[in-house]
Design a protein around this ligand. Structure first.
Ligand code: 8YV
Length: 321
């Protein structure tokens, strides 16, 4: 009987997912130094369930590595270029979370513009009865939305916003031929033309601090920024200053530069609506994401093509073991 291939786990998958993986693989916990030391030479697969980087240094310890399966569509914790150089396939979880994240984005947009969090706090504190109605708020009506990124989730957000009768334009490095929305090559110029930004680009070095003090200033005093992407895409210090000084009106954030740490300055701001990275976090969607991670790993174990390789590591066949 051939032994099960070794699978390194970064982070802890749900118990049932772990049990499913154990049927095909022998799992090794990245936290267990002794086990990693012992098994490194035989590890063929990595499942990424944590923010901890899967970098060149880790890959260099795993000579038999063939596949890295990331739980999440964003795979900025994995050095996909280093994987490509080693002939390692990286997979992520596209499509299955697009609608959930787009729903969350629109919910966060409305909550931010209409100040639902503060309105609820007003009620719960008994201030409606004692002081009167909550203050009048800004409105979604009349806004123009600038999407930063027009990938699958960006398109799902844009489709929803059409239902809200809101004009949509977008910024990305290249125009997306799949959509007819006006494209802006220059983010600052787009920010000057709109009053609302929704950030939905991949994280990583290419987008670090893409939304900086200049972009926020261009957005202007009525500006609203929603971030559903990665905290690193916005210069967090510049955002805090812009919210504090009234350079923009408000921000709705689901992601932060150093999760789960959220700057105290941000928490103190009444004009920031803060969610703890819940974009995809429904039972059904997280289940679908976990199923796709398992399906990619099981495809590897069966010698079949992976279901969702990322663009940096197109599948060219599994090397002979
Ligand atoms: C995370 C996400 O993966 O898919 C993504 O890129 O940001 C989320 O769905 C989630 O944080 C899993 O831990």
């Amino acid at each position: 009987m051939t032994s099960r291939p070794r699978l390194l786990l970064t982070g802890r998958p749900p118990d049932d997912v772990h049990a499913t993986l154990e049927r095909t693989f022998r799992t090794v916990d990245l936290q267990d130094d002794a086990a990693l030391q012992r098994e490194a030479a035989q590890i063929e697969a990595v499942a990424v369930f944590a923010k901890r980087p899967v970098d060149e240094a880790l890959m260099a310890r795993l000579p038999q590595l063939r596949i890295i399966a990331n739980f999440g569509v964003g795979y900025d914790v994995v050095d996909a270029h280093a994987a490509a150089k080693r002939g390692v396939v990286v997979t992520n979880t596209p499509n299955v979370l697009d609608d959930e994240v787009a729903d969350t984005a629109v919910g966060l947009l409305i909550a931010t513009v209409r100040e639902f969090g503060a309105a609820e706090r007003h009620l719960r504190a008994g201030r409606w009865a004692s002081e009167g109605p909550f203050r009048l708020t800004s409105s979604l009506r009349g806004r123009t939305i600038g999407l930063v990124g027009m990938g699958r989730i960006g398109q799902a957000i844009a489709r929803r916003l059409e239902g809200f009768a809101l004009p949509v334009v977008y910024h990305s490095r290249r125009p997306n031929p799949a959509v007819a929305y006006p494209h802006h090559r220059d983010l600052t110029a787009m920010a000057a033309e709109v009053d609302t930004l929704i950030v939905i680009v991949p994280g990583g070095a290419a987008t670090r601090n893409l939304v900086d003090a200049g972009v926020l200033a261009a957005l202007g005093r009525d500006g609203v920024v929603i971030n559903m992407a990665r905290g690193t895409v916005i210069d967090e210090e510049a955002l805090v200053a812009a919210l504090r000084d009234g350079v923009i009106r408000a921000a709705g954030l689901d992601v932060y530069a150093h999760e789960p740490q959220v700057p105290a300055e941000l928490i103190a701001l009444e004009n920031a609506v803060l969610l703890p990275h819940v974009g995809s976090a429904s039972v059904a969607t997280r289940r679908a994401m976990a199923d796709l991670v398992v399906a990619n790993l099981e495809a590897y174990a069966a010698g079949e093509p992976p279901l969702s390789p990322v663009e940096e590591t197109p599948f060219r066949g599994w090397p002979a073991g």
